[in-house]
Design a protein around this ligand. Structure first.
Ligand SMILES: Cc1cc2nc3c(=O)[nH]c(=O)nc-3n(C[C@H](O)[C@H](O)[C@H](O)COP(=O)(O)O)c2cc1C
Length: 334
């Protein structure tokens, strides 16, 4: 019997497969199914900064203008087209999930600026979450906004949230930072116990007939694994934090690669959404069988074995490899 146990955010987990934030966590039954199928923890879908601010503005208006003007208030505020539950319902769902399942439940907040909504971190903790994942999601469009300024804002947000809660804090971020090792270190110094790499940005498409920008959500494929894989391999043992790999975890081999790069856990959303919660069982069976076949005793033994510091050719993760890869390509057209 191979030992699949791992630790993540100070939690002892029975295996390295965690359900990433997705609509699956909106339903207690779906989370129960994930637990039955073997996932070791679940990250809830996010409560968004905009939802919290929207709700508190609505409440202020309500308090200022009396109950009878509430219908007016509803039209006064722009429609927020978020299909998520209201903040209060989110907190209720956290405590309901905690009562319904035995696996750790990680709450999730999605925001980018300090703006009075951060106290929800405390409320999520009070509702019983075992840890909190903070999803930093901001697309800069102002050419005057400097990278340093943006990163300083993120670090301040992490510090503030760290100071508000006692449960472990994970920070989920996108890949677009000029010097990721430096920024990752700053986040860890600010109190992030784990880095969740990477957030998957949904790229809108363009409808060239209606001349509109069209929202477009496609599920991932295994090929998307390589970006977080490379960066976790580089950051492992360089940054003092746990790592969760998200984006492109679809097969047992993907989970093993994540661990070998240095991840404490591999997170899955697309594969579970596409194949159903039971697919977790197949992934975990596959991981155990693979480990058995190649005579690995434990996940801990595998962790980081293919990180940059541990591979025979560390340059394979760097620029040197870029030149080699380009030169090795054999164009059929020539
Ligand atoms: C339908 C859908 C909803 C998602 N909702 C959230 C969310 O609320 N918060 C969040 O941090 N990530 C969210 N994600 C991102 C996933 O947690 C995950 O990081 C991303 O999809 C990459 O992993 P995957 O390749 O396994 O899908 C969502 C993804 C999908 C497909």
């Amino acid at each position: 019997m191979v030992d699949l146990t791992t630790t993540y955010l100070g939690l002892n987990l029975k295996n390295p497969l965690v359900a990433s934030a997705s609509p699956l966590s909106k339903h207690v039954d779906a989370v129960k199914k994930l637990e039955d199928a073997g996932v070791s923890a679940v990250v809830m879908y996010s409560l968004f900064e905009e939802e919290i601010i929207h709700e508190s503005e609505e409440l202020d208006y309500h308090l200022d203008h009396g109950t009878e003007s509430f219908p007016e208030a509803l039209t006064y505020f722009p429609d927020l087209d978020y299909p998520n539950l209201a903040p209060q319902q989110y907190l209720e769902l956290v405590s309901k999930l905690k009562k319904s399942v035995g696996i750790p439940v990680i709450g999730s907040l999605n925001g980018s600026t300090l703006g009075g909504w951060e106290h929800y971190a405390k409320l999520i903790e009070e509702a019983g979450a075992d840890a909190l994942e903070l999803n930093l999601y901001f697309i800069p469009t102002d050419p005057r906004l400097q990278a340093q300024e943006l990163e300083n804002g993120y670090v301040a947000l992490v510090k503030t949230i760290r100071s508000l809660i006692h449960i472990p804090l994970a920070v989920k971020l996108g890949p677009n930072f000029s010097s990721l090792p430096n920024f990752a270190t700053r986040l860890a110094d600010a109190g992030a116990n784990s880095l969740v790499l990477f957030n998957r940005f949904y790229q809108p498409d363009l409808d060239i007939e209606t001349m509109e920008v069209v929202p477009n959500l496609e599920l991932s494929t295994s090929s998307e694994l390589r970006l977080p894989l490379r960066w976790i391999a580089i950051l492992y043992n360089r940054v003092k934090a746990d790592f969760a790999l998200t984006s492109g975890v679809h097969t047992p081999e993907d989970v093993i690669k994540a661990v070998m790069a240095g991840a404490n856990v591999a997170m899955s959303a697309s594969a579970l959404l596409h194949n159903g919660a039971d697919y977790a069982r197949i992934l975990l069976r596959g991981v155990a069988d693979w480990m058995d076949k190649f005579e690995y005793e434990s996940v801990n033994q595998m962790r980081g074995s293919l990180s940059q510091k541990n591979v025979a050719d560390p340059a394979a993760f760097e620029r040197a490899n870029y030149m080699k890869i380009l030169n090795s390509f054999n164009p059929k057209a020539l």
